[in-house]
Each structure stands twice: as C-alpha cells, then as structure tokens.
Design a protein around this ligand. Structure first.
Ligand code: FMN
Length: 326
C-alpha cells in the first residue's frame, strides 16, 4: 500500500540533534528517500519560540519533509499543527515513542503508550486542526510487561492516523537489545493503514529482510545513517532495482564530510558548525585507518579552517597510503 504519495519506501528516521536541515539536504543530494524532521515541541512552537520555529521551518527545502511534533497536551496540537503547516510541512507525524525522561515526564513521547485516551485525543485534535495527513510513531510498548503496540495501532487508525511507524523496542529497552520485528508483523496484520517498520535496519539486505518479515509498506532507518547519509538512497535503489551499492571510497567520504560541514556553516554559522561537526566527523571516520588518533585530535580543534586542514591532511595521508599499497 503506498504511504500517502511518497515515491520511496524508505524513510530517514526523525533524530533530534541529527536530522536538521543540513542533514536532510545532504541526504537528499544522494537520491530518493523520504525525510522526517527532528521532533518539534508543540508547547514551544505554539509560543512562536524562535529556535523551535526554525527547526519546524521547511519551506525552502527542495523536497517534502514530514514534520514531527511532540507534546502531551492535546489542545496545544491545534495551533502547533497550523503553524507547522504554514512552515511548509508536507505531513505531520506525532512522536509517541521517545523514551527520554524529560519527554515522558511531560506526558509525551512513549508515555502516551500508557495513556491511550490522551494519545487518542492528541491524534484526533491534530487531524481536526490541519488539512495535512497525520501519522504516529510509537514503540512495541512501555516495557516487557506492557506490550500494547497492536492495541495502540488500532487506536491510531480509529482516530484518523494516515499511517503509523512502529519501532520494535519498548520504552524500557531504549535502544538496547534487538528490535522485535514480530510485533511489527502483528501490527501490520491488524490495521488497514500503511505501516512503516523501524528498528535495526543497517543496510540494504536488512531493509529488504524487515519488509519481507513484517509485510510492512516501508522501512525507516535511523542510526545507520549516522556517518552514512547515502544509505537512504542506497536502500531505495536496492529495493527498486536490486542494485547493490559499492562501499564508499576514501575520497567520496572526504567529499561528503566537507559538503556536510559547508551545509552546517551555511545554516548555523562557523562556530556552531565546528562544534556539531565533531560528532559527524567521528561517525564518518569509523573504521578508517588511524581514525582514533585523528578523532582525538579533531575534537580539540577550535578553529574551522584548522579543522578543514586536519581533515584534508588525514584523508590525503589515507589516499597516499592506499596508492603505496598498490
Ligand atoms: C540520536 C537519536 C535521536 C532520536 N530522535 C528521535 C526523535 O526526535 N523522534 C523520534 O520519533 N525518534 C527519535 N529517535 C529514534 C529513531 O527515530 C528510531 O526510531 C530508532 O533509532 C530506531 O531505529 P534504528 O534502529 O534504525 O536506529 C532518535 C534516535 C537517535 C539515535
């Protein structure tokens, strides 16, 4: 079943602090795949908080962006949904899976899996407030004694959700252990709306496997995109054509890092870009020769042009060593 009119079965997962505008632009530059924003707090959006409004503002992006809302107070979703719509969202997603204490203590995120009537009210209110489609992202359940993804999925459908995303872990699992793909299959068998499967997809084969195992309509990829934003379009191409992507060579990785930093600078300015680049550069270099030493040096650099030179030198060394090996 097609997910709305998205032309790809692959979604980049919403990740706070990661899937910002620079990351989405970078990801989309590799090819197709659907993009979801970082979560946007409805109470801050409703108050026109500048920083939050900026996160939700996707108006000038050259592709569709699903904007994810998070909150626990149903009435705040009316205004927040309207603002997100005005700020260019293609559709809205509601976060009912975030395990973080600060969020669940606020009756939000995964807490809503324990309060179905509040969750229902939030979905219903949002659907009523906007002409955009509304989806919900949630988990297997609160903990292993409270596994209610199937019941929760039915509630989402009954209250007007257009599709749902199921992450096969409970709130108490956070991100540990293995995602349970069987529960996603159970949800898929139960509801008529499209289902996106999420959890432990890290390459083309595991993406194909989760779709096959669960019968889901699409797949969502999170952590595997850290340091590999090309994975979304790689999986999209693999699902459509069976084409197995080649591993990225050193020069291509260097080009992606520099492009990513450039996008960060354009969006955040030099100093913030440098700070943010530290985590990304560490992820991009994972598994490369002498990466530990390079990372330890990189995270202490306080000047952007010194950082760019360090990247240049590290990658040139890698390339020269490769040439010598030949
Ligand atoms: C750093 C980080 C930030 C995340 N932020 C969000 C978020 O804002 N909203 C959300 O629904 N899920 C969030 N998640 C969960 C992911 O969307 C996804 O459900 C989870 O990582 C499992 O998928 P994976 O195994 O492909 O990583 C986040 C995960 C990570 C690692």
């Amino acid at each position: 079943m097609p997910i709305l009119d998205f032309d790809s079965q692959v979604f980049l997962a919403p990740m706070a602090g990661i899937t910002d505008k620079p990351f989405r632009l970078l990801t989309s530059s590799f090819g197709r795949g659907n993009l979801v924003s970082e979560m946007v707090a409805v109470n801050a959006l409703e108050r026109f908080n500048l920083k939050t409004s900026r996160i939700a503002d996707v108006r000038d992006e050259p592709y569709r962006v699903v904007v994810q809302l998070v909150g626990g107070e149903p009435k705040l979703f009316t205004q927040a949904a309207k603002i997100a719509e005005d700020l260019g969202a293609y559709s809205l997603d509601i976060n009912m899976g975030c395990p973080v204490k600060k969020i669940v203590n606020n009756n939000s995120g995964a807490w809503l899996m324990r309060d179905l009537s509040r969750a229902a009210k939030i979905i219903e209110t949002t659907v009523r407030a906007t002409k955009l489609k509304v989806s919900v992202k949630f988990r297997k359940g609160w903990d292993h004694d409270h596994v209610n993804a199937v019941e929760f999925a039915k509630m989402c459908e009954e209250n007007g959700a257009s599709y749902i995303t199921v992450h096969g872990r409970t709130r108490s699992d956070f991100y540990s252990g293995q995602a349970d793909w069987n529960i996603i299959a159970e949800v898929k068998e139960t509801v008529k709306i499209p289902v996106i499967a999420n959890g432990d997809v890290y390459d083309c084969l595991s993406a194909q496997k989760i779709i096959h195992h669960t019968g889901a309509d699409a797949v969502m990829v999170g952590r595997a995109a850290l340091g590999a934003p090309w994975i979304i379009s790689d999986i999209d191409r693999y699902i459509k054509t069976g084409y197995q992507p080649k591993e990225k060579d050193i020069l291509s990785i260097k080009t992606v890092i520099l492009r990513h930093i450039d996008l960060l600078v354009q969006y955040y300015g030099q100093q913030t870009a440098l700070q943010l680049s530290r985590k990304y550069v560490c992820w991009y270099c994972k598994g490369l020769h002498d990466a530990k030493k390079f990372r330890e040096n990189y995270i202490h650099i306080n000047n952007l042009s010194v950082a760019i030179t360090a990247i240049d030198e590290y990658f040139n060394d890698l390339l020269n060593n490769k040439q010598e090996e030949k």
